[in-house]
Ligand binder design. Structure first.
Ligand code: FPP
Length: 237
């Protein structure tokens, strides 16, 4: 018998519906090769494309990726600019392929504070991919978990009286109406949540790998999905 392939070992009935990823390690990957940070981010964008395709093929319905945090503005101006340019270029260049693969696009974060060119590109590509039925690629952009909760609380103060429920808060998060992530992946070995999806990951399974994000492609995602399928999710019960 030929050896079984990892994708054949996946149980289609227990694929996580929503996978979230903290894409970390782009600069370390670049530094190890004597390249500028921007080269690490560029390979990171290729990883995102490969992982989106692999997630869709595996039956994942939502993929949320941490592309730019509210803290990332503190990086060198040149690097911030390179990330913004890359983001616009990736959205433009990958749009056709994403459409063919049934990808729908969503954003979570304060897009209203993003440079106009990024906002425009985000809106244009979102519109183009509106009909995507196979997977939602949700890009967390100018995202901060605490800021998201503060924004939700302020929205509640202005539109609700009386006792507040968990659903009241969930409904006002940037990620609404997406479900909470079943699996949260972090690359490059750091054991931190870094202000990502603080409310939504209450019952998510965590998977941390030493692989740096630019080296994380389809086979690495499959490894994470198989690891998830070996877990016993009790959700506190
Ligand atoms: C983390 O690595 C990566 C980022 C802060 C930026 C993420 C950006 C991309 C993956 C580019 C493509 C994004 C899209 C949506 C097309 P790091 O820079 O923190 O690396 P380090 O941990 O080695 O310092």
């Amino acid at each position: 018998m030929p050896p079984s392939r990892p994708e054949d070992e996946l149980d289609p009935a227990r694929v996580p519906a929503h996978v979230a990823i903290i894409m970390d390690g782009n600069r370390r990957w670049a530094r190890a090769r004597g390249l500028p940070a921007a080269a690490g981010h560029a390979e990171g964008a290729r990883s995102l494309k490969a992982v989106t395709a692999a997630a869709r093929d595996a039956g994942v319905k939502v993929l949320t990726v941490y592309a730019f945090s509210t803290e990332n503005w503190a990086r060198p101006k040149l690097e911030v600019r390179a990330i913004m340019t890359l983001l616009c270029r990736a959205l433009r260049e990958y749009a056709r392929e994403m459409k063919e693969k049934g990808v729908r696009l969503a954003f979570s974060g304060r897009l209203d504070e993003m440079p106009a060119a990024v906002r425009k590109q985000a809106e244009e590509t979102t519109r183009l991919l509106e009909g995507g039925r196979d997977i939602t690629l949700n890009i967390a952009l100018n995202y901060g978990g605490r800021r998201e909760i503060v924004d939700a609380v302020n929205a509640l103060l202005s539109d609700k009286k009386g006792p507040v429920t968990e659903e009241d808060i969930s409904r006002r998060l940037y990620t609404w109406p997406l479900p909470d992530p079943d699996l949260l992946i972090r690359t490059s070995g750091e054991m931190r949540i870094s202000n990502f999806l603080l409310w939504q990951t209450a019952y998510s399974e965590f998977y941390v790998t030493d692989t740096l994000w630019p080296a994380f492609k389809g086979p690495e995602l499959l490894k994470a999905l198989l690891d998830y399928q070996r877990r016993d999710r009790r959700k506190g019960t």
